[in-house]
Design a binder for this molecule. Structure first.
Ligand SMILES: [Zn+2]
Length: 162
């Protein structure tokens, strides 16, 4: 990182701040030679490839808009949605690729949404996974029940241990 004033090839970081949406890091730097300060912004881009093949920057807002309809009438707050979008972004970024296909974003939404609200999850999954019949719903509900039973069994074991 060259100093923009004297072109000194080194600089010292005096402060780092992550942008609100987590997509960029602002660093205040100081040049050891001329001692002037400057700011750099480092972004890690995450591109979503749509079905049409066109890429667009990942957006938490789009994730929220995508699940908002499924959450209508459910006890889900704006904070819940913001947190869900953050979780989705973190899990996608943790996978480490700079590009992701749109359907993978949908997949990344399913887990956190299931934890947040089962009904919203079923609605979202029915559209996203193109449920075609009641059987598809029954299958998804059976899976949810199975997971709930496993969880109940787990906590029963924990309870017995305690
Ligand atoms: Zn300098």
């Amino acid at each position: 990182m060259y100093c923009p004033f004297c072109r000194h090839p080194d600089s010292r970081v005096v402060d780092s701040r992550v942008a609100d949406d987590g997509s960029a890091i602002r660093r205040r730097r100081q040049c050891p030679q001329c001692e002037r300060r400057f700011t750099t912004v480092e972004t890690t881009s995450l591109t979503v490839i749509k079905r049409s093949g066109i890429g667009e920057p990942f957006s938490r807002g789009k994730v929220i808009n995508g699940v908002r309809k499924a959450c209508q009438g459910r006890p889900v707050t704006e904070d819940d949605l913001a947190l869900l979008a953050q979780e989705v972004e973190e899990s996608i970024r943790a996978a480490g690729s700079a590009e992701i296909e749109a359907h993978e974003v949908g997949l990344a939404i399913l887990g956190p949404l299931q934890k947040l609200d089962k009904i919203a999850y079923l609605r979202f999954a029915s559209v996203y996974q193109a449920f075609e019949s009641l059987d598809d719903f029954e299958h998804a509900i059976a899976l949810l029940r199975h997971e709930a039973e496993l969880k109940a069994a787990d906590s029963a074991v924990d309870g017995a241990r305690a």
